[in-house]
Ligand binder design. Structure first.
Ligand code: PLP
Length: 449
């Protein structure tokens, strides 16, 4: 299957897209079991998704959805990409897991390619984004300790800086540097020493940065926070302050990295590089794999046994990741991301002019936010009814993270469906569904941007 084409689904049910939300019979034992036995950590839509093909996903009734959510930035090659399926089949029959006590055939070559893409020198493989974040925080503490020892000082160097509106994951380290209180406060006390800098505020950054800071974490483009890019001025200042204070500049590229912006990494539009780059989501085309990429200088502080993981870097996941990176190169997907992203933003900007509740369209490449003045959740439900998958972040921003393989025709299909969604979701219903006019935190954020 070519990168920009989608194989026709085979079954009759698949060939007939249906309209209206999937019928969710209460007798569907899969939903009943899920309701009864799963921890209620998600507000799931009442549908069972069964499979995907290219940029489309199908539910158990055969209803077809154009997937502009991409498994939240994971399915960069869409679904069932022929080259990925082939590698999974091949490697599953060889060795799924071997343990990090031995080398496998793919970790080294994958690390080499990631180093070439990023300008970093060395790689540690994790299983998820949040695990990469926690590992990076440990590296920053370790680097800080070594720097202080070298300088002959016993001063504390343990603080982390992160930005307001940040999201870095769900483990203890990651929630400590995630600003959204509902993710952090129920679990307090979290890892001590984290402080939040006002978004893109140089004076606040300067005021909070001193020799007690061991690391600053930045999402080059905030994803969960609503698609907000870090300014070049903030990046440059963070780079200078980190160097001055022997702290590490840590780029969280888990959502915006590996091609999504139309560059290999979001930070590559800035003149300087970070000390650590964190990736996950699309890396192994849907298999769980993350990574910490770093410099030789940071890596020199590491010795065997100081950090590790059982599953990270297994042969199956690494073989698939290597194939993913090769496909992005072979099929010139960065160009496709830039071109389709530009078409999308142009179409969305035209649509925005027709609907007064659309406040702004922003983003880069295939990472796009559509900020509304009213709650976004009803638009997400309506989109599903219309056969479109999108999501809403920070309550007011509809987020698009389509696969890198989308075609011009699929962009047009999206714009047609999305216009229907905007026209047929009554703004009044949307406002009253929320039970509130506006979230005070969001109002504050809007005011500072
Ligand atoms: C920017 C960013 N960092 C970290 C994470 C956490 O990654 P994971 O869910 O793989 O643990 C996410 C997940 O959405 C993310 O968007």
């Amino acid at each position: 299957m070519g990168a920009l084409s989608t194989k026709k689904p085979r079954s009759r049910a698949m060939r007939k897209p249906q309209h209206g939300l999937a019928k969710t019979a209460q007798s569907d034992t899969r939903l009943v079991d899920a309701e009864k036995f799963l921890l209620p950590t998600y507000k799931r839509q009442p549908v069972v998704m069964t499979h995907g093909r290219g940029a489309y996903v199908f539910d158990s009734t055969g209803k077809k959805y154009l997937d502009f959510l991409g498994g939240i930035a994971v399915n960069a090659l869409g679904h069932a990409h022929a080259r990925i399926v082939k590698v999974i089949r091949r490697e599953a029959a060889r060795a799924i897991h071997l343990s990090n006590l031995f080398h496998n055939a793919y970790q080294g070559p994958l690390a080499r390619k990631l180093a070439a893409w990023s300008g970093m020198d060395r790689v540690f493989f994790s299983n998820s984004g949040t695990e990469a974040i926690d590992g990076a925080m440990k590296l920053a503490r370790l680097f800080g300790r070594h720097s202080n020892e070298a300088a002959g000082t016993t001063a504390k160097k343990h603080r982390f800086l992160a930005l307001e509106n940040s999201f870095h994951g769900r483990t203890f380290g990651a929630i400590s540097v995630t600003s959204t209180e509902k993710y952090r406060l129920p679990f307090a006390p979290v890892v001590p020493g984290a402080e939040f800098v006002r978004f893109n505020d140089l004076a606040d950054l300067q005021a909070k940065f001193d020799e007690t800071v061991c690391g600053i974490l930045l999402e080059t483009i905030q994803g969960e926070g609503g698609i907000y890019p870090v300014s070049e001025a903030l990046w440059n200042r963070a780079r200078a302050l980190a160097t001055e204070h022997s702290a590490l500049l840590i780029a969280d590229e888990i959502q915006c990295g590996l091609g999504r912006t139309g560059r290999y990494f979001g930070y590559q539009k800035f003149p300087s590089r970070p000390d650590i780059v964190l990736i996950a989501k699309p890396l192994a085309a849907g298999l769980p794999l993350g990574a910490i990429l770093t410099t030789e200088e940071v890596a020199s502080r590491i010795s065997p046994g100081i950090h590790g993981t059982t599953f990270g870097g297994g042969p199956l996941a690494c073989a698939v990741a290597l194939e993913f990176l090769n496909i992005v190169e072979d099929q010139a997907l960065l160009e496709n991301i830039r071109a389709r992203g530009a078409e999308l933003r142009e179409g969305l900007t035209k649509l925005a002019a027709q609907f007064d509740f659309v406040r702004e369209v922003r983003g880069e490449g295939l990472m796009i936010g559509i900020e509304l003045s009213i709650e976004g959740a009803p638009f997400v439900s309506k989109a599903m009814q219309c056969g479109l998958l999108i999501n809403c972040t920070h309550e007011f921003t509809l987020r698009l993270l389509p696969p890198f393989i989308i075609t011009r025709a699929q962009v047009r299909e999206f714009l047609r469906l999305f216009e229907l969604v905007l026209r047929t979701t009554p703004p009044q219903a949307a406002a009253s569904d929320s039970g509130q006019a506006a979230n005070p935190e969001q109002v504050v954020l809007a005011a500072v941007r």
